[in-house]
Design a protein. Structure first.
Length: 286
């Protein structure tokens, strides 16, 4: 059984949904820049070239997540996304040569075991949902690894704080996504699906589309605010609580059937991400 209540005509257009949410995300920032509420970022051509790979990783993160939500249960997708530390550790070792302390690697074991158990017992398991969620993990981890290897410790333009950096990456991601969207979902496919969605949902569909973009923007804005206010341990705890809340709410709202093994695997995987974050924060202080 699938986790969605009903298939919406627009759900068959994940690239359009990605382009829409990306566009809505950086629009509020443009308003702030124009009104002088936030300093406008400035980048040279060479500096912009250094940001492009991170923007591509950010785009893969979002596109993978949207396709995963289309292909599998929301709760299961978030369990798979809890395995991001495994991907991050692998890429850090391969491209940066970083070797972590053994408690950090030990914390990866419950993540791998929990995700494996949840996948094996997931009633709504699909390879599309699993593969797209893992692709999202690689996008997120790749973005972080590139930032550490190429951009860390180097001056990057003017007024490029965390929020502005994300806005610039989102704008670049939108520009990269447009040709991919038109290739994967030509206008001849998009327009009939959009009309069908509008006929089925009316103004509610338009408000849903606008709301999804605004929620995506608010999520990232608040995430950057939290990063600036919390220490690594507190942020790890809050991030784990966020994932637990999303999984529980998704199960309730979408009435997703979960086996006992699936619930146990999900709990172990989420607990593993907390242990990994705590172990990494503790070992980095030594």
């Amino acid at each position: 059984t699938h986790s969605t209540i009903d298939f919406h005509p627009a759900s068959a257009l994940p690239h359009l949904i990605c382009a829409h949410s990306h566009s809505v995300t950086h629009c509020p920032q443009h308003v702030r820049w124009l009104l002088g509420l936030r300093k406008t970022p400035r980048l040279s051509q060479e500096e912009a070239k250094r940001v492009w790979p991170s923007a591509f990783g950010n785009l893969i993160l979002h596109v993978g997540a949207v396709i995963a939500f289309f292909g599998g249960a929301v709760s299961f997708v978030h369990v798979v996304k809890a395995s991001e530390p495994v991907v991050s550790s692998l890429l850090n070792y391969l491209f940066v040569g970083e070797v972590l302390a053994w408690p950090v690697y030990a914390a990866l074991l419950p993540i791998i075991g929990g995700v494996g158990l949840a996948s094996f017992s997931e009633l709504s398991f699909t390879w599309l949902g699993f593969s797209a969620a893992m692709l999202s993990n690689f996008g997120s981890a790749g973005r972080a690894v590139y930032a550490k290897k190429v951009m860390s410790g180097k001056q990057l333009g003017e007024n490029m704080d965390a929020a502005n950096t994300f806005s610039v990456m989102t704008l670049m991601g939108t520009l990269m996504l447009l040709p991919l969207w038109l290739f994967a979902e030509p206008l001849g496919t998009v327009l009939p699906a959009f009309r069908a969605a509008l006929a089925q949902g009316g103004r509610g569909f338009l408000f849903d589309m606008l709301g999804s973009g605004l929620y995506y923007y608010l999520y990232n804005e608040l995430a950057f605010l939290a990063l600036g206010k919390l220490d690594p341990v507190s942020h790890a705890v809050v991030n784990t609580m966020k994932r637990v809340a999303i999984i529980v709410v998704a199960i309730v709202v979408f009435q997703t059937k979960v086996t006992k093994l699936g619930a146990a695997g999900s709990a172990v995987a989420v607990l593993g991400t907390l242990l990994y974050s705590l172990a990494k924060a503790r070992c980095s202080k030594k």
